[in-house]
Design a protein around this ligand. Structure first.
Ligand SMILES: *Cc1c(COP(=O)(O)O)cnc(C)c1O
Length: 361
């Protein structure tokens, strides 16, 4: 059977209209006679895309001119390094909130560069939830606080931002940016690799307060320096042209859908569809995350009879549902439902889960 639902954790499903437009324009970008794969980043056509993407991202997130959008490469993983290189001077302290593997990696990278501290962690719960407000203990004057908004591997998500006062808040939003509405202006910096909700691999979006970027005293090499990328309007070196083009298409699609309010409502209905299938299974399926921290992007669960998980994945694949294996570090099942996944995909998977339970339960 063909693919009925692509639930990959990343790179992930793209909205069908986006894929169709890429195909339609592949050999002739906007009537230019050349392929988008051949487009120069110095061309007017690319400069228009560059500006469109930056403006649209700010508009969707309700941000004004006090923010800068940077289009970078190296993935979220490179941001783990760039953040301390730009904002953690000698003598300064950076606070990290640990809620899963990606936040651990961000913390480990910062520790190699400067004084990074764990200001709160949910590891004692097996990362089944995010950190509770009373368990957060900030340093006296941290340079910034870093968190991971959605924990892709464990299936948890922050639903209320911690109160960090005037301290700059930095968030890795790789796996939930543009899936819901957020108070983006609570953050000094938000970053996300594109291959989950924003398009394809190769591009990292950084949204950052211009004043913060200008006031830092750190001067890493230009390629790792936010201020130099800002000065060159994200064309300091060759940007990932095709990934920026796909992001432009994704942002147009989000606007056509009705913007983030519609996307958020759709996200909630999709997630509910899967969680209901888990919660009405009489324990056959067992959700990994605590209910209050459940992710609206990655639903993680185990089968009560763990030995059945291999059968589940095999049968699912036969039925056309792909990408459901949990991350190799934790195992189990993971359903990732980024913006490219439709409600009908979630409904079909929920029906499959019921059917599988009938056969094997
Ligand atoms: C996927 C993911 C990453 C890793 O992104 P790369 O582009 O591979 O560096 C980092 N953080 C989170 C939250 C992720 O989901």
């Amino acid at each position: 059977m063909g693919v009925r639902g692509l639930f990959n954790a990343g790179p992930a499903a793209l909205p069908a209209p986006v894929l169709e437009q890429v195909q339609a324009e592949l050999n002739d970008y906007a009537g230019s006679g050349i392929s988008v794969l051949e487009l120069s980043h110095r061309s007017d056509a690319y400069q228009a895309l560059n500006a469109e993407v930056q403006n649209q991202l700010k508009a969707l997130l309700g941000l004004d001119e006090s923010y800068e959008v940077l289009l970078l490469t190296g993935g979220a993983s490179q941001q783990f390094v760039m953040i301390p290189l730009n904002f953690l001077p000698p003598g300064g302290i950076a606070d990290y909130l640990l809620t899963g593997l990606w936040s651990e990696k961000a913390f480990e990278a910062a520790r190699q560069i400067g004084m990074a501290r764990v200001a709160g962690s949910s590891i004692a719960t097996g990362y089944r939830r995010v950190v509770e407000p009373q368990d957060i203990h900030l340093s006296t004057q941290p340079m910034y606080v870093h968190l991971t908004s959605n924990n892709t591997i464990h299936g948890t998500q922050w639903h209320h931002w911690p109160d960090v006062g005037a301290v700059p808040l930095v968030a890795d939003m790789t796996s939930d940016l543009l899936s819901r509405r957020i108070d983006a202006d609570r953050f000094h910096m938000i970053y996300a690799s594109a291959q989950k909700n924003l398009g394809i691999a190769g591009l990292t979006v950084v949204i950052i307060r211009t004043a913060w970027l200008e006031q830092t005293i750190m001067t890493p090499p230009a390629i790792l320096h936010y201020a130099s990328h800002a000065r060159h309007h994200s064309c300091y070196n060759t940007p990932p042209v095709v990934a920026v083009y796909v992001l432009a298409l994704v942002l147009r699609w989000i606007n056509d859908m009705g913007g983030l309010p519609t996307i958020e409502a759709r996200t909630i209905v999709k997630a509910d569809t899967i969680y209901r299938a888990i919660d009405t299974s009489d324990g056959f399926y067992q959700g990994c995350a605590e209910v209050g921290s459940r992710s609206l992007q990655n639903m993680t669960f185990r089968l009560e009879r763990v030995a059945l998980e291999r059968d589940f994945l095999e049968e699912a694949k036969k039925a056309g549902f792909h990408g459901l294996a949990g991350h190799r570090s934790v195992g189990g099942i993971r359903v990732s439902i980024y913006n490219g996944v439709g409600l009908e995909d979630c409904e079909a998977l929920a029906a499959f889960m019921k059917h599988f339970q009938c056969c094997y339960g």
